[in-house]
Design a protein around this ligand. Structure first.
Ligand code: ZN
Length: 300
């Protein structure tokens, strides 16, 4: 028996087809068209036949089998969502469920709006796999690295370019950048002065720059821009903090307030030589901290 494809492998297969048919400049991806046409070719007896917005109270998206007597599947997204980036990610997520999970879960899926999904639950794993597929399909790593090199300094404009290129949210693009950058950087998503969740780049994580968000609520610094909003212009801004504000070392903070979802996104950029600030940087965050953000897709 052949091993089932991983989420990354499915995304790679489709990227390969898109490169062959449309060329390397095929972004942003038209997920409804790709889902219908790819599934019709690959699974002619069991394709995706509908991709539509619908009234889905309590859910971002869903994958349903066609009613009895009809063949195929439908992908639905909540038509109250206004962010095109979030809709696009939701559609790709449901397409991932179709490719990876439909045989084992013939009743389909209803996704989103869970405040807490345990990453180690079976459902959490399925959600994580669908998110990995969506990120890899919408933002293939080789193309993303051509937009922002691993060693490049980051600016909000560069990330905004990626949100336009791939039609994804700023959070999705920032998480993609954090997954490969050589820089020490931490993304903090906060609301009402408290961290909702945070994600560190690997170099930051390895040097002790992370927040353990699975424990008691963590307050963000009073000097930070989500609190000192007068430092923002049109909901975004940048500030240099000295040691002892976000971390024992200095940090550059770039903050964007989300217009639609009532949270602040702060990207903290740290220097390259942290050792003197973290004498005991051997404490790794527990696995929950590293796995939690993808499951909190409600924020995307
Ligand atoms: Zn899902």
């Amino acid at each position: 028996m052949t091993r089932p494809f991983s989420p990354e492998r499915w995304a790679y297969e489709i990227t390969h087809v898109l490169n062959a048919v449309l060329g390397p400049e095929h972004f942003p991806i038209d997920v409804p068209a790709v889902a219908r046409e790819y599934s019709a070719k690959k699974f002619p007896d069991d394709p995706i036949t509908r991709v539509v917005g619908d009234d889905l109270p309590g859910f971002d998206g869903a994958l349903y089998r066609a009613p009895q007597g009809k063949k195929g599947w439908g992908i639905f997204y909540n038509n109250r969502i206004r962010s095109t980036g979030r809709i696009n990610f939701t559609l790709a997520h449901e397409f991932g469920h179709f490719l990876i999970h439909r045989l084992a879960y013939p009743d389909g899926f209803q996704c989103g709006e869970q405040d807490v999904v345990r990453w180690d639950s079976e459902y959490g794993q399925l959600e994580h796999q669908a998110n990995v597929f969506a990120a890899n399909l919408l933002m293939p790593l080789d193309d993303f690295r051509r937009q922002i090199a691993p060693a490049a300094a980051i600016e909000l404009d560069a990330l905004s370019h990626c949100t336009d290129r791939y039609r994804v949210s700023l959070i999705a693009a920032t998480l993609r950048w954090l997954s490969y950058t050589d820089k020490r950087a931490v993304l903090v998503v906060s609301r009402d002065g408290y961290i909702l969740w945070a994600r560190s780049s690997t170099p930051a994580l390895r040097t002790g720059a992370f927040f353990r968000t699975s424990g008691p609520p963590i307050e963000i610094p009073v000097q930070s821009l989500p609190v000192q909003t007068k430092g923002l212009s049109e909901g975004r801004g940048s500030i240099e903090h000295g040691p002892g504000v976000w971390f024992p070392e200095p940090a550059q903070e770039m903050t964007v307030l989300s217009e639609q979802y009532d949270f602040a996104l702060s990207l903290l950029l740290l220097g390259n030589a942290p050792q003197r600030y973290f004498a005991q940087a051997d404490e790794e965050p527990d696995v929950f901290d590293r796995m939690a953000p993808p499951e909190q897709r409600r924020e995307w």
